[in-house]
Design a protein around this ligand. Structure first.
Ligand SMILES: *Cc1c(COP(=O)(O)O)cnc(C)c1O
Length: 453
C-alpha cells in the first residue's frame, strides 16, 4: 500500500503551486489538508495523482466562485457574517424578473417622461408603517449619515450618553456624527438621563434630537431613561426634529412568536418621532437597505440632498424590497413566506420530527458498522437556544433543538463541514458539534445528512 504525498511536495506541484499567488499560501495549505484528510478516511487510499487532481479542483472552485451558498446551523437567525436575512422566494423572483431585462426604474409609463426611482417603494412603506413619507437608501448606516448630513452639518445633535453605540462592523454613532460634520452634544450620565438634560442642552445651534436603539447591549440596575414620546414632544415644543436610529426595524409585534415586545417602526411613529431609520435585512426580512420614514417635509429635504445620489439603492433591491413589503401588506399568512418568520414559527415538535430523521439515518447500523473507527458520527438530538442576531433581542434565547455530533476533534469536524459544498456552519458546545435545526431549512436537511454521512 502506498502512502499519501507529503504536503511540501504538493505545495510545489506545478498544478497546485500557481494557486498560491491567486489565493494565498494559507488557503492552498488548508485545501491540501482537507483533501489529505478525506483521502485518509476513504475506504481505499486514492492514487497520488487523484489526490492532486482533487486538490487542484478544490482550488479552482475556490478561485472561480465568489460568494458561496452556506447552510446555517448556528442557530443565529440574522447572522451578519452569513448574510443576515434570507429572502422570500417571491422577493427573489421579483429581483430576477426585473434584473433580467429593462424596467421602468426611472421612467413614467403614463407620460413617457423621466420618473422617480423611489415612488413605488414610498407608497408601500407608507402603507406598512403609517409614516407620512419614506425614502430608501443602501443600508441603515447610510440612512443615518444622510439624515445627519442633511440637517446637522456644522450644527449640534443632542444624544443621550447611554446611546452612543457601536454596532457590528465598526459603525460608531459618535464617529459617524463627526464624519458628517455634526457636533455631538452628549447629555446625561451613563446610567441616568432625564428630559431636563436634553432641555438644558438646547441651543440655537441644535439641529436634531437623536436617539438610537440599544440593540446589542443593556444597561441595568440603577437607571433612568427618557421615553421616546417625551423626546418627540420636546422636539415639537422646541421646533427641532427628533430622529431615531431604530436599527432592527420590526414592522410586526414579535410577541406573536412568543418573543418579548421589540420596539416597532409603528411604535416609533405613534410616539411622534419625526424621522426613523431602520435596516431592510434585519427584522424586516428583506434585502440590504436603509429605510427612512417620517414627516414628509423632512423627507423632502433628504430627497434633495445631492449625497442621496451616492447612497441610492439599485433596481434589484427595489424589486425585492417592494415584494417583501407587499407580503406584510398582504397579512399574517403571507408573512410565512419570509424565511425569518418561517424559522421563528417552527414548533419544537416540527424540529423534533426532523431531528429524529437525522438520528435515524446517521445512527443506522449499516452506516456505522462499515466505518468502525469513524462511528464517532453518532447523532443525538439536544435542546439548544437559537438567537435572533443582527443586534435584535440579544438576551432572548429561543428554545430550539440541535443535532449534536460527539467528536474527539470537534473543531476538525466543524472545518470539514465548512469544506463541504454547500458549506455547513455549525457551533461547538461542550465538545460537541451542534447543528441547530431552526436555522437549517427543511429543504436543506438532505444535504446536511449526506455531508454528515
Ligand atoms: C444594525 C444597526 C445599524 C446599521 O444597519 P445597517 O443596515 O447594517 O447599516 C444602525 N443602527 C442600529 C441601532 C443597528 O442595530
Amino acid at each position: 500500500m502506498h502512502s499519501l504525498p507529503a504536503v511540501h511536495r504538493l505545495l510545489s506541484d506545478p498544478q497546485i503551486e500557481p494557486f498560491e499567488a491567486l489565493l494565498g499560501r494559507a488557503s492552498v495549505k488548508s485545501a491540501i489538508a482537507v483533501e489529505l484528510d478525506l483521502a485518509r478516511c476513504a475506504d481505499e487510499l486514492p492514487e497520488n495523482a487523484v489526490v492532486r487532481d482533487r486538490i487542484r479542483e478544490r482550488l479552482e472552485r475556490q478561485h472561480s466562485q465568489g460568494l458561496l451558498e452556506v447552510i446555517n446551523g448556528t442557530g443565529v437567525l440574522l447572522h451578519t457574517n452569513l448574510g443576515r436575512a434570507p429572502l422570500a422566494a417571491s422577493a427573489l423572483d421579483a429581483a430576477a424578473q426585473i434584473g433580467r431585462g429593462y424596467s421602468n426604474l426611472e421612467f413614467d409609463l403614463e407620460s413617457g417622461a423621466r420618473g422617480s426611482r423611489y415612488g413605488r417603494l414610498t407608497a408601500l412603506v407608507q402603507a406598512t408603517t403609517g409614516g407620512q413619507d419614506a425614502l430608501v437608501v443602501n443600508n441603515c448606516a447610510a440612512a443615518v449619515l444622510l439624515i445627519l448630513d442633511t440637517f446637522a452639518k456644522g450644527r449640534e445633535v443632542i444624544v443621550s450618553r447611554n446611546q452612543l453605540i457601536e454596532i457590528g462592523g465598526g459603525f460608531r454613532l459618535p464617529d459617524v456624527l463627526e464624519r458628517s460634520g455634526a457636533k455631538l452634544v452628549e447629555v446625561g450620565a451613563t446610567n441616568k438621563v432625564y428630559l431636563r438634560d436634553f432641555e438644558r442642552a438646547l441651543s440655537p445651534q441644535t439641529a436634531l434630537l437623536l436617539r438610537s436603539h440599544a440593540s446589542n447591549y443593556r444597561i441595568s440596575g440603577f437607571t433612568q431613561d427618557v421615553e421616546p414620546s417625551e423626546l418627540a414632544a420636546l422636539g415639537k415644543r422646541a421646533g427641532i426634529p427628533s430622529v431615531e436610529d431604530l436599527g432592527s426595524g420590526a414592522l410586526i409585534d414579535l410577541e406573536q412568536f412568543g418573543l418579548p415586545h421589540e420596539r416597532t417602526v409603528l411604535d416609533a411613529i405613534r410616539e411622534g418621532i419625526d424621522l426613523i431609520a431602520f435596516s431592510g435585512d434585519k427584522l424586516l426580512g428583506g434585502p440590504q437597505a436603509g429605510i427612512i420614514v417620517g414627516r414628509s417635509t423632512l423627507i423632502a429635504r433628504l430627497r434633495n440632498n445631492p449625497l442621496l445620489r451616492a447612497l441610492r439603492v439599485d433596481k434589484l433591491t427595489i424589486a425585492s424590497l417592494s415584494e417583501t413589503l407587499r407580503l406584510y401588506a398582504a397579512g399574517r399568512q403571507a408573512l410565512r413566506a419570509i424565511p425569518l418568520y418561517r424559522m421563528l414559527s417552527h414548533s419544537l415538535d416540527d424540529l423534533r420530527t426532523r431531528g429524529n430523521r437525522y438520528a435515524e439515518i446517521l445512527n443506522a447500523p449499516e452506516h456505522s458498522s462499515g466505518h468502525a473507527e469513524h462511528s464517532s458520527c453518532h447523532a443525538e438530538l439536544v435542546e439548544a437556544s437559537s438567537y435572533i442576531g443582527g443586534g435584535c433581542l440579544p438576551e432572548v434565547a429561543i428554545p430550539s433543538l440541535a443535532v449534536a455530533i460527539a467528536d474527539s476533534h470537534p473543531t476538525k469536524r466543524a472545518a470539514w463541514l465548512r469544506a463541504n459544498r454547500p458549506a455547513i456552519i455549525s457551533r461547538i458546545e461542550a465538545g460537541k458539534v451542534l447543528l441547530d435545526l431552526r436555522t437549517i431549512a427543511p429543504e436543506e436537511d438532505a444535504a446536511v445528512i449526506a455531508a454528515l454521512r
